[in-house]
Design a protein around this ligand. Structure first.
Ligand code: NAP
Length: 451
């Protein structure tokens, strides 16, 4: 009997952990892992900060999954365009959507359309060498001396840290050379992190905050008077300790300075000649557990504003989507259709399922939860008996040539070789054309594992 065949859409951590849970399950199953990009690993490759190689090293574990027998990687296939979600549902016994949350949320304040007001998501994608953002550099006015980053999460901290890091530190990363050059020669002197609540509420994690203590040529400014004496919550207490260390630390002639503005929210972005020039901040305070405005405003000079206030997902083809929640409606990973019932054969995992929260490893348990339900559902019926040829025929008939796993390995090797030529471990290839060209030498085989 042919094995069950499952399509996983998205090869970020959620998609790869889903694949892992499937091939480890009691089902005899083969898995096709689709990605819109020619490269696997999603946010590990294009979201985890380039100066966090330890987190990125998770790819060592992820690649073992893609190299398992019965697993194929089909990169550069846009589900919803090259093949519809309905077609996938007909060609496979089940489809798991692990398409993430790729769009930065907006601030919804006047002035957001001004030039120089950018999404941190786009900035991260650009400095990570994402091929959709290869030419986006021009939209980031890095000649600005003063930059405002809105948000108190780890993404805000990532972009702020990369804006103040020295050229020597940045050169240790895998950033494409043109990105490194622009960041290394930026005019940025002051980065202002604007947090609408207090230090005890910030979503930064202590480990990431502690990295700031190691930046010996970067000053930090924060009002120690705003720090509560302590907290019963160990994670909050750890953050408060780092904030206190940052507040008391002396940096003689800081090249750049990172300023924390707690209890402040942007109410308007002000411009000159169509470009942002300042952020109007209003002081906030807590009342009955809620953040309330005080009416007290100040203007903070800013030549660039990065909003970093969370992400939301985008609809994929005909897959149900909850616009209010910004994710796919589901019950324990089973996608819920418009009639309020589980949509046969459709599942969701990762940020598309639970929203943009948690660290890379959080996706392992999330994927396992989805796969548990999927395995129960499939075990109750025989496999459809379809083979890989059917989907290969559909794609070939449309002129779609998936980037194979070996094609990706070819990109991987080329990036390492380019990096080594520059004295770095790797430099990313940032454009579609070159990625496809380098992969093409291996486009003849759609995957490693037998299907
Ligand atoms: P996040 O952790 O949810 O933080 C979003 C921040 O935006 C919060 O401080 C939130 O404040 C603030 N915010 C929301 N709406 C706002 C508004 N209208 N005006 C002002 N501030 C607003 O999101 P994230 O930073 O995008 O990170 C997403 C996930 O990825 C998190 O789980 C994060 O830990 C993870 N991540 C981890 C790492 C790492 O481990 N190194 C790196 C990057 C990202 P309130 O709290 O007041 O709502």
């Amino acid at each position: 009997m042919n094995p069950y065949r499952v399509a996983v859409v998205g090869s970020g951590p959620a998609g790869v952990y889903t694949t892992d849970a499937l091939v480890r399950s009691a089902l005899d199953v083969s898995v096709d892992v689709y990605d819109r990009l020619p490269t696997p690993y999603g946010l590990v490759r294009y979201g985890v900060a380039p100066d966090h190689p330890r987190i990125k090293s998770i790819v060592v574990a992820l690649r073992k999954v893609l190299e398992r027998d019965g697993v194929r990687f089909l990169g550069d296939v846009h589900v919803g365009r090259d093949v519809t979600t309905r077609e996938l549902a007909e060609l496979y016994d089940a489809v798991v959507f692990a398409t993430g949350a790729s769009v930065g949320r907006r601030l919804a304040v006047p002035g957001e359309e001004l030039a120089g007001v950018c999404s941190a998501t786009d900035f991260v994608a650009w400095y990570s060498g994402h091929p959709d953002h290869a030419h986006a550099g021009e939209s980031f006015p890095l000649e600005a001396e003063s930059v405002v980053v809105v948000g108190a999460g780890n993404v805000a901290l990532d972009v702020a840290r990369l804006l103040v890091k020295s050229a020597a530190d940045l050169a240790r990363t895998d950033m494409p050379p043109h990105v490194l050059d622009r960041l290394a020669h930026s005019g940025v002197r002051d980065v202002h992190l604007v947090c609408r609540r207090g230090p005890q509420h910030a979503k930064f994690t202590a480990k990431e905050l502690r990295e700031l203590l190691e930046l010996h040529d970067v000053g930090t400014e924060l009002d120690a008077g705003l720090l509560p004496a302590g907290s019963q919550d160990p994670l909050t207490a750890a953050n408060l300790k780092v904030f206190a260390d940052l507040a008391s630390r002396e940096v003689p002639a800081g090249r750049r300075t990172l300023h924390f503005h707690f209890w402040s929210r942007p109410v308007e972005l002000l411009g000159e000649g169509g470009a942002v020039s300042a952020v109007r901040l209003e002081r906030t305070r807590e009342a009955g557990g809620a953040v309330v405005a005080t009416g007290e405003v100040t203007d903070l000079r800013a030549g660039m504003v990065l909003r970093s206030v969370g992400y939301h997902s985008t609809p994929v083809g005909a897959l149900p989507f909850d616009e209010d929640l910004g994710r796919v409606p589901h019950d324990a990973g089973r996608v819920i259709g418009p009639d309020g019932r589980a949509l046969d054969g459709h599942y969701v995992a990762g940020w598309a399922k639970r929203g943009p929260s948690g660290v890379v490893g959080t996706n392992r348990a999330c994927a396992a939860g989805t796969v548990a339900g999927l395995v129960t559902d499939l075990a109750a019926r025989p496999p459809r008996g379809a083979g890989p040829d059917e989907v290969d025929r559909v794609l070939a008939g449309r002129g779609v040539r998936p980037v194979t796993y070996d094609g990706w390995l070819s990109i991987d090797a080329e990036e390492e070789s380019r990096g080594q030529g520059l004295g770095r471990a790797r430099t990313k290839i940032p454009d579609w054309e070159t990625l496809r060209h380098v992969a093409a030498a291996h486009a003849d085989r759609p995957g490693r594992g037998a299907a």
